[in-house]
Design a protein around this ligand. Structure first.
Ligand code: 7TS
Length: 407
């Protein structure tokens, strides 16, 4: 079923504005997606009608806020196909979700000489927490290499696996190149040596259908703000037995059953990992974002975005001086490129002057940029509300910039 993109655009107030006197073309969706009116309304409705602290009040507002908060947890469970709502933990974002695993699972189960495997494609938030853990424990970080298209070398990954591998933590879809990793194969191979697997789903959850039970990952980390939801909110999915075996992350209210000065007993999952007053408003509004995605269906979203990427590649491939970075066979709708002889930042500024918002730089993937021998790229990342005519304007803009430099 093809989507009515004009109707979808009507749901996103922010898209209908001019920048530098030109209609805004928003192609920075891998950084954060825009929010539909339903999400914005859910936020203000919460503060206007329901604002209250959850899980503890003895009054109507507290009951209502608690119910809405837990309804989002159930919606997230369904969204990723988890078995139970107890396996869904709310965090600040993908970054915090990964750090939570490093600081709890990592500290308890990964020791000196143990190995953690990540890939060359990782975002800094799936590199640095493991480096910190390795520094603390004496564990060793191993890196899966990639080919020139930006795909992991699966055979090399298999060679890295051994009984000392305790964790494989890989990105599902790369934010810098768009590569979709063969995660089901990665998970099966890691499990065969007894390692647990964390998937960084920051870029995959908005585009690809996710079923954590079918994938069989032990953890999945993602951010609400990349799926049309609010900022400051993320999710950590973990399998029940793994979460139960992990010590708590932060200590405080909510995460306890009983506190005495001698000893504290911890709450059951997921509350064991949600210390303090959580981000109630954003959790509640996130349900509206999930409803939006579900109303369209991810296959239809992906089909539209794939069409945009194909169209962009067709229009751009003949442009002299246009150098695509990341040409994997399986990709989400991320177009990373450079223009010969130009700094990515300058290209970004020139596109901005045409009303086109892209991201430039290393995209928090400096080791990946180093692998390609570059400092950074220009990245245009597409979403469900982008149109073919916007892609044509991008291509025209790039052609003009490249002509100017590559005569
Ligand atoms: N992992 C990946 C693959 C990401 O793309 C990002 C954010 C993160 C982790 C961290 O997510 P956060 O919500 O905790 O910040 N990526 C980007 C980006 O590509 N441009 O801006 C943020």
């Amino acid at each position: 079923m093809s989507l009515n993109i004009e109707q979808i655009r009507g749901l996103f107030p922010v898209l209908h504005q001019e920048v530098h006197g030109k209609p805004l073309i928003y192609f920075d969706n891998a950084a954060t997606t825009q929010k539909p009116k339903s999400v914005i309304d859910a936020l203000s409705n919460y503060y206007e009608l329901d604002n209250s602290n959850i899980h503890r009040g003895a009054h109507v507002l507290a009951d209502r806020a608690t119910r809405y908060y837990e309804e989002t947890r159930e919606a997230v469970r369904e969204f990723i196909g988890a078995k139970e709502f107890a396996e869904i933990i709310f965090t600040k974002g993908t970054t915090e979700s990964i750090n939570l695993v490093a600081k709890t699972f990592g500290r308890k189960f990964i020791g000196k000489g143990d190995e953690i495997i990540i890939s060359t494609l990782e975002h800094h938030s799936n590199i640095v927490p493991w480096q910190m853990l390795c520094e603390e424990t004496g564990a060793i970080l191993k890196i899966i290499p990639i080919n020139d298209a930006g795909e992991i070398l699966f055979g090399e990954f298999e060679k890295l696996l051994s009984p000392t591998t305790k964790l494989v933590s890989v990105v599902h879809a790369s934010n810098a190149l768009g590569t979709i990793n063969p995660v089901k194969k990665v998970i099966a191979a890691a499990h065969a040596v007894g390692a647990k697997v964390l998937l960084d789903g920051a870029q995959s959850t908005s585009h690809l259908e996710i079923d954590v039970q079918d994938l069989d990952c032990d953890f999945l980390a993602f951010s609400a703000h990349k799926i049309y939801g609010p900022t400051g909110l993320g999710v950590l999915y973990g399998k029940r037995d793994v979460l139960e075996a992990m010590p708590p992350f932060l200590g405080g209210g909510e995460m306890i059953k009983e506190v005495t000065f001698e000893k504290t007993t911890y709450n059951d999952i997921p509350f064991k990992f949600e210390a303090g007053t959580p981000n109630i408003a954003d959790v509640i509004a996130f349900k509206a974002a999930l409803d939006f995605v579900n109303s369209l269906g991810k296959p239809a979203i992906k089909a539209h975005e794939d069409g945009l990427l194909i169209h962009a590649n067709e229009l751009l491939s003949d442009i002299k001086g246009f150098v695509p970075i990341g040409t994997a066979k399986e990709k989400v709708s991320v177009l990373s490129f450079n223009i010969n002889g130009m700094h990515p930042f300058d290209v970004g500024q020139m596109l901005d002057a045409k009303g086109i918002a892209v991201r430039t730089g290393h995209h928090c993937t400096q080791p990946l940029m180093k692998r390609f021998g570059i400092e950074g790229t220009v990245r245009a990342s597409f979403s469900v509300y982008n149109t073919r005519s916007e892609i044509e304007k991008l291509a025209e803009g790039i052609a003009q910039i490249a002509r100017f430099k590559n005569k």
